[in-house]
Design a protein around this ligand. Structure first.
Ligand code: KG4
Ligand code: ZN
Length: 362
């Protein structure tokens, strides 16, 4: 059994996999996922309009043991049956990461079982491994990774062979949603609230300037925030009108999505992938999924978007990537001993620390 733990931000997430299926040569997928749980702190942070790091870490301390126990009982598995632990070591909020990582290290150390430290961004990239084999994006592939903290276009020739094609110069796509939502006085978390309101609105009602960046290797969303602020100030009381708010939300969403689509199109044309996937929290956005699917159809590419529950932060993506890493190098894994773990590289190393920053290609 592989136990996966994710505490990089404000979700305490745990998943349990039957790793034997994977290691015996079968390809693990959601079928081997025995149980998963996400305990969200969104309600707690809503009062502050954003995640309060110190509160989030304390909540993880409280919630993690409960979520672990709950996942084990749902899977009808005892903690004694766990033979490997995977945990997010970064990037994320340091205090939050420390809670999951310290728990995982202590548990693995006490039981003398391996610990696999996973990069959260890589987890998002491999969430699609939870799908049936025929639905996973084929290599070479282009991934649009859009979350609250990151905006990347990543080209991969093969498993874990990354080339960063584009990244943001300032705000992430999720931040653009969240900050615009705040200006509309929408509740936290802003992205889902703004996209819900947008469903009733006209995306052409307001026009926002195109991204500040014409460079195909970078995104820039900071200008949009200022444009939305100016627009809201100009509208004055009219912004209270429900239809105006919906039109504004739809137009903001369209501006963000159009920018993502245009850069993705350019990257597809220059890198010629076989497939296109979208991943990370913002990949839960319906309009983005629709327009990317249309782009992929136009360019004759396989398109993949995992179900929304695996787009936003979860532990299943961390666990499935750990299984894939084990499959790639079963020998290294079988040589693992707790006392010599540090000689086996960063992924199997008890010395690994929580990394607030951890670039994907390094
Ligand atoms: O991946 P994620 O759960 O956490 C990070 O690793 O950042 O992403 C969270 C981000 C937030 O900015 C949230 O507003 C955004 O994803 N998000 C959405 C939607 N659902 C989540 N943005 C737009 N539309 C959505 N439906
Ligand atoms: Zn994330």
């Amino acid at each position: 059994m592989l136990l996966a733990v994710e505490t990089s931000c404000d979700e305490t997430a745990v998943a349990l996999f039957d790793s034997a299926v994977s290691l015996s040569g079968g390809r693990a997928s959601a079928a081997e996922l025995k149980a998963e749980l996400i305990s969200s702190q969104a309600k707690l942070h809503a009062a502050y309009g954003g995640v309060v790091p110190e509160l989030a870490s304390r909540e993880h301390v409280k919630n993690l043991p409960l979520v672990v126990n709950d996942v084990c009982s749902r899977a009808n598995v005892s903690l004694d049956d766990v033979s490997v632990v995977a945990v997010t070591a970064g990037p994320g909020l340091k205090g939050c990461l420390l809670v999951g990582l310290s728990w995982a290290k202590a548990f693995a150390w006490a039981k003398g079982i391996p610990l696999i430290a996973i990069n959260h961004l890589e987890g998002h990239l491999y969430a699609a491994e939870l799908l049936a084999e025929e639905d996973r994006p084929k290599y070479p592939r282009l991934s649009l990774l859009v979350s609250g903290g990151h905006t990347y276009l990543i080209f991969e020739k093969r498993f874990r062979d990354y080339q960063v094609v584009a990244q943001t110069r300032d705000d992430a796509a999720g931040e653009a949603f969240d900050k615009s939502a705040t200006l509309l006085n929408l509740p936290y978390p802003g992205g889902p609230a703004l996209s819900k309101l947008a469903e009733q609105g006209n995306p052409q009602a307001f026009s926002f300037p195109k991204s500040m960046s014409n460079d195909p290797t970078s995104f820039s969303f900071s200008g949009l925030k200022t444009a939305v602020l100016r627009c809201a100030q100009k509208l004055k009381e009219q912004i209270q009108d429900e239809q105006t708010r919906a039109d504004l939300a739809a137009s903001i969403q369209e501006a963000i999505v159009t920018d993502l689509i245009e850069k993705t199109r350019t990257a597809c044309l220059s890198h010629r992938p076989a497939s296109l996937q979208v991943t990370g929290g913002v990949a839960a956005n319906r309009r983005l999924r629709e327009r990317l699917a249309a782009l992929a159809a136009e360019l004759n590419l396989q398109f993949c978007a995992v179900p929304p529950k695996w787009c936003t932060d979860n532990a299943s993506m961390i666990g499935i990537l750990a299984l894939r890493i084990i499959e790639q190098n079963p020998k290294k894994f079988s040589q693992w001993k707790s006392s010599t773990g540090s000689e086996l590289g960063p992924e199997l190393n008890f010395d690994v620390g929580a990394k607030a920053r951890w670039p994907i290609a390094a």
